[in-house]
Ligand binder design. Structure first.
Ligand code: NAD
Length: 472
């Protein structure tokens, strides 16, 4: 049993002032694997004060100095990829193959930020005018549990590149991953106070970051409800905010799509990270004329998305993170059946052989109408809704008929047509013919999926203010 009782403040491990203790539960069997002492307002204020002191010098560092810190961070976190992956498998139940991809994507955020920083013009001048980009100040970085290490790396890389000092409030469900990240920070030997971490509850540590006048910016990844409260409460101290929120992403399967490739691609989009992914393609839009063939292809492909032990490299879908998340998924599966959708695969309850822990059955609903709750609300589990459309225009209308706009996919053979459809989707990112990534491409949402962008130059700009100096 691991015990965590410290935070990382001003370059040191500091015993928690907060006394509340939380159990970390292993999602595969519901057993307690660690105990974490959670921070309180005082721990958070201590960390903010350290970040504020550090900002007076760090905020004036050169691009080259910050690039060298990013390289150091990259080196230190790269050395712990195996440990971060193992922690994600153990405490979150992340499927090992995908957990590793997530961790590596976090690690890659450091060189991506270095490149973005190199290319970002921090000074521009014309005539007697000089415009400079300045770090916004102390930033509070708040992360979700479904890819905690990735979010820490990504937000930290962008903030450091911009010259901000930070207080990280990781998801309290991800304390083992956070511990490895803190050990990386310790080895990286950043200047004292540049990066502080306080483990604690959102309504305690997170709320203090949002309300504290010495924090200039909040970069948040999590649910819409908390994102809205951050916007509302942060307004009192004029916080700058980046909000990375939920999604209900459409995958449009075009009439000319080759099903032997398109269906596995659609199912990967739906079930990645066991469906606990903001970008999960949970609405599959299919031409009415191909519906029967699509149903057959899905049934044939489902064995590749079988439930299993997350540490097993052959596993497609692991457990949900918690009992709460298990029940949430079950309640939506029940709701889908009540709403009149038809279960093509999966359904209610535990999969056979996985009765303990938080395993659910990867579920595919057909006969779904886009106004059903299962098609409109974010479930955050492996539940796919197949929705039929009549024409290309109808597909685009259905895709955009959502309060969310984070991610989307278009699958088809004629690339020109796929691009034409992609350009009409109201979402921050659209992928063509399968999940892919580019660390310089912006990430973020339209509508209720939030606002602001992360990654590359876009991510750094989110931590900058613009100042113009004019001479008469
Ligand atoms: P959550 O909103 O419950 O928690 C996110 C973080 O906010 C946690 O660290 C939590 O402790 C903290 N928090 C909670 N209350 C707070 C408060 N009052 N003030 C400040 N901080 C507070 O979300 P979750 O359950 O951890 O994550 C799931 C959600 O995250 C889903 O909706 C998912 O779509 C979204 N998400 C979005 C992205 C993206 O990039 N857009 C990525 C991953 C997850």
């Amino acid at each position: 049993m691991k015990t965590i009782t410290t935070h990382y403040i001003d370059g040191e491990f500091v015993e928690s002032h907060g006394r509340e203790v939380m159990d970390i539960i292993k999602p595969t069997n519901g057993q307690v694997i660690a105990r974490v002492t959670l921070g309180d307002e005082e721990d958070t204020q201590h960390a903010i004060a350290a970040a504020k002191r550090a900002f007076t010098t760090f905020g004036r560092t050169t691009k080259e100095e910050r690039a060298s810190i990013l390289r150091r961070l990259h080196q230190c976190v790269s050395a712990r990829i195996d440990d971060l992956t193992a922690a994600m498998v153990e405490e979150y139940g992340g499927v090992v193959q995908f957990a590793r991809v997530i961790v590596e994507s976090g690690v890659n955020a450091f060189p991506a930020a270095e490149k973005g920083l190199e290319e970002l013009p921090m000074i521009q001048s014309w005539g007697k005018t000089t415009v400079t980009l300045e770090p916004v100040g102390v930033a509070g970085l708040i992360t979700a549990w479904n890819a905690n290490a990735l979010f820490i790396c990504l937000k930290l890389a962008s903030a450091v590149a911009a010259g901000c000092t930070v207080v990280i409030k990781p998801s309290e469900l991800s304390s083992l991953q956070t511990q490895v990240m803190i050990e990386c920070l310790e080895v990286a030997k950043l200047p004292k106070g540049v990066c502080n971490v306080v483990i604690g509850r959102g309504d305690v540590v997170g709320a203090e970051l949002v309300r504290n006048p010495d924090v200039a910016k909040i970069s948040f990844t999590g649910s819409v409800g908390v994102g809205q409260s951050i916007m509302r409460d942060g307004a009192a101290t004029m916080k700058r905010v980046t909000l990375e929120l939920g999604g209900k992403s459409p995958t449009i399967l075009l009439e000319d799509a080759a099903l032997e490739k398109a269906i596995p691609a659609a199912l990967i989009l739906a079930f990645m990270n066991s469906g606990q992914a903001c970008a999960a393609g949970t609405r599959l839009l299919v031409p009415q004329s191909r519906l029967d063939a699509v149903k057959r292809a899905i049934v044939d492909a489902m064995p590749s998305f079988a439930v299993g032990a997350p540490a097993d490299p052959k596993t497609g879908v692991g457990p949900m993170v918690s009992q709460k998340q298990y029940e949430r998924v079950q309640s939506y599966i029940r709701k889908g059946i009540e709403e009149g959708a038809e279960v093509l695969a999966g359904g209610e309850g535990h999969p056979e052989g996985f009765e303990s822990g938080y395993f659910v059955k990867p579920t595919v609903f057909v006969n779904v109408k886009n106004d059903m709750a299962i098609a409109q609300e974010e479930i955050f589990g492996p539940v796919l809704c197949v929705i039929a459309y009549d024409s290309e225009d109808d597909a685009i209308r259905i895709a955009n008929d959502s309060k969310y706009g984070l991610h989307a996919a278009v699958l088809g053979t004629d690339l020109e047509r796929a691009r034409r459809v992609a350009s009409q989707i109201r979402a921050g990112r659209v992928v063509i013919n399968g999940m892919t990534d580019d660390p310089q491409a912006p990430w973020g949402g339209f509508k209720y999926s939030g606002f602001g962008r992360e990654y590359g130059q876009y991510g750094i700009e989110a931590f900058l203010e613009t100042r113009a100096i004019l001479e008469s």
